[in-house]
Design a protein around this ligand. Structure first.
Ligand SMILES: Cc1ncc(COP(=O)(O)O)c(C=O)c1O
Length: 410
């Protein structure tokens, strides 16, 4: 059994000086209190170590950014080189232009890019661009989808006013009829729709777009003069070098990228077509750190590696091995388990136990065996995962399914 003594001591210290001790998605209650680490220490490739020295195969990858693996030598060397020359200036550097050039080449549907730090920065800015372009207020969004921590999309009501959300109208994923009805209800005042390429909520299986769903959304948006904002922050370059629109056949007007674009360095991008360039120029975007070349160098290097190597197909291959292995092991232990979502971003569920208790027990046992599976969130595969990692993960999963059966039955 792992010891989490240092994690717990640090957490107690943290509660004295930090609200909640650990806030947001990293809080112990969102994972498994006492059965998973609270504080990390270091990482290498597809593995990381917590402050107590426990080692894990990392199937969360920092909640998505680590696409090439921890401490990637090329990415980190490029960043160190940049840092040695300074990286906080009164003007942007050449890397900003290079990155916009690279990204508009890789993502051919887009003609321009702007850079920020977090996903939330660019989803919030993108909906403002849609409003500016259309001179309308309302944004349609799918219920239960995470677009960040800003007030308009906050998942929890504390500190959020009714006005903050007044112009966000929710519909159910894949429900084109409801989408159409809402567009009709608010006709003339809907600027656009923000959606992820497929549905990836927390605590529930991922759902792919139904046949014709995205095409239907595009047709309605064209007819009504609305824009499509694709939130590709989680999926993006992990599944396709052009981003997910190429994989799913989506035709967005604006695209938000972050996570997998810079292997963990904090950078996000909003991209768009030339039709919405005027609005993009009108809507103010800035942040003291938005122009930092340090993260741009990380993005340039990461995207170049993703383009020039077989990293993306390898991620899909590893993910497919894990998915098939888990589904078959589940069956051999008498459970219907499904791994949903693309292979690179798997979500495991016990089909007959949506209450998550089986899932929590399964993940507790996997974590105890050195495999970091999250019980409430999709997982991530990175290019540093090896066949041996997948073998070890499946071995741990076999033992974990056995304990679930012993403790909880069918
Ligand atoms: C789909 C999606 N959109 C937006 C965000 C917000 O990104 P950030 O946490 O960098 O603000 C996330 C973060 O998990 C996300 O998964």
């Amino acid at each position: 059994m792992n010891s989490y003594q240092k994690s717990e001591e640090l957490f107690l210290r943290a509660t004295k000086v930090i609200p909640e001790g650990i806030y947001g998605t990293r809080k112990p209650g969102f994972v498994l209190p006492k059965a998973s680490p609270y504080f990390a220490a270091r990482g290498a490739g597809g593995h990381y170590w917590d402050v107590d020295g426990n080692e894990f195969i990392d199937f969360m990858c920092g909640y998505g950014p680590n696409v090439l693996g921890h401490a990637h030598p090329e990415v980190d060397a490029a960043v160190r080189e940049r840092v040695s020359q300074g990286f906080s200036f009164n003007q942007p550097t050449e890397e900003m232009v290079e990155l916009a050039e690279l990204m508009t080449r890789l993502v051919p549907i887009a003609d321009w890019a702007v850079f920020a730090k977090n996903g939330s920065d660019v989803t919030t800015w993108a909906i403002r661009v849609a409003r500016e372009h259309t001179e309308r207020s309302k944004i349609l969004a799918t219920k239960g989808t995470y677009h960040g921590s800003h007030a308009w999309c906050a998942a929890y009501p504390a500190g959020v006013t009714a006005e903050d959300k007044a112009n966000i109208v929710y519909f159910n994923w894949n429900d084109l009829e409801q989408f159409e009805r809402l567009v009709e209800k608010h006709r003339g005042d809907v600027a656009g729709v923000i959606m992820t390429p497929y549905y990836h909520p927390a605590c529930a299986p991922s759902i792919m777009p139904a046949e014709g769903f995205w095409k239907g959304v595009r047709e309605i948006c064209d007819r009504e003069g609305m824009l499509i904002i694709l939130d590709d922050i989680r999926v993006g370059f992990r599944v396709h070098i052009q981003g997910s629109y190429a994989m799913f056949g989506i035709e967005p007007d604006l695209i938000c990228h972050a996570k997998a674009m810079a292997n963990g360095y904090p950078i996000a991008a909003a991209m768009g077509t030339k039709e919405v360039l005027g609005a993009a120029e009108a809507v103010f975007i800035s942040g003291t750190y938005f122009y930092s070349p340090m993260e741009m160098v990380a993005a340039l290097t990461t995207l170049r590696i993703l383009e020039e190597t077989d990293a993306i197909p390898e991620i899909a291959r590893m993910g497919t091995r894990l998915k098939e292995g888990l589904e078959s092991l589940g069956k051999s232990h008498g459970y219907n388990v499904t791994v949903s979502g693309p292979a690179a971003i798997p979500y495991l569920s016990f089909d007959d136990h949506p209450d998550l208790y089986h899932m929590q027990t399964f993940c507790r046992e996997a974590i105890a065996r050195g495999v970091f599976f999250h019980p409430h969130h999709n997982w991530y595969i990175c290019a540093a995962h090896t066949d041996e990692d997948i073998d070890r993960a499946l071995e741990a999963a076999d033992a974990a399914f056995k304990v679930v059966r012993e403790e909880l039955g069918g």
